[in-house]
Design a protein around this ligand. Sequence first.
Ligand SMILES: Nc1nc2c(ncn2[C@@H]2O[C@H](COP(=O)(O)OP(=O)(O)O)[C@@H](O)[C@H]2O)c(=O)[nH]1
Ligand SMILES: [Mg+2]
Ligand SMILES: [Zn+2]
Length: 280
Amino acid sequence: MTGRVVKKNANLFSVEDLATNKVYQLSASGKTQKLGIFVGDIVEFGETISKVFERKNLLIRPPLANLDKMFIVIAPSPKPDLILVDKLIVYCYVKGISPIIVINKIDNADDLFVENIKNIYNKVVKVLIASAKENILSSLKQNIEGICAFAGQSAVGKSSLINAIFNEDIAKVGELSKKIERGKQTTRMVELYKFGKGYIADTAGFSMLSLNIVLDINQRELSSYYPDFLSGRAKCKYRSCLHENDNDCGVIENVKKGKISNERYQNYLKILNEIKNNKK
Ligand SMILES: Nc1nc2c(ncn2[C@@H]2O[C@H](COP(=O)(O)OP(=O)(O)O)[C@@H](O)[C@H]2O)c(=O)[nH]1
Ligand SMILES: [Mg+2]
Ligand SMILES: [Zn+2]
């Protein structure tokens, strides 16, 4: 039988049979266990788990396999860190995850805030609005497909959104993610909750340490993870163009024409510099 690992507790796995949706509590054969089994894995099982199928991706913090979608949550407060948003988007593309921006706390947001975010990101990814407080969740719910997780700054409302979607206290609200990084919450495991056609991963936060892989990207490759830079890049005179200096650079030309958001571009330069400094 084929199933999905939805929970892991020490050496015991909850596996949902893909054909019947029945959940079994299983251990794994020694050999399989050694190779590693993660929440999100598709496995072959009978009495025990006998095989793990090839993964589309694997995240280490949180430990999660086959993530399909990442909801990158921002809110009017705390003030959005758009460099973090851009790094998360790049991270998603590197890992084969579809990023979607969710503006939460729409009950507290003015139109200008929403317009500004949409202007920066609508050429890049889908931008949804939501409010965990006022139960404005329909577009978010419609976009839940495959395995989905929430990421973003602390206190933007990730846990609140999960609880509002399920109308149940699944995730802890107001929990400081710093505590998690210090290891006080290490016993809290990743778990997949079924929703419609997909699952939501309650991950107790997405460690920003994971973003180190963004800094390991080759500096010439960085802009290939910017879909809004694509048509500009095609017009750069030099194939090695980093889009820093205005010598026949199609990206800079598009920034000047307003086809690329200047804020996205300025933050691109900052991330590019971080990558350069990281290589030193
Ligand atoms: N006004 C408003 N406050 C919210 C909303 N969602 C969450 N909050 C509040 O924001 C704070 C942080 O929420 P939490 O879910 O813990 O954020 P997390 O750190 O991203 O998981 C809490 O005080 C929530 O009550 C919302 O849609 N509107
Ligand atoms: Mg939280
Ligand atoms: Zn260029």
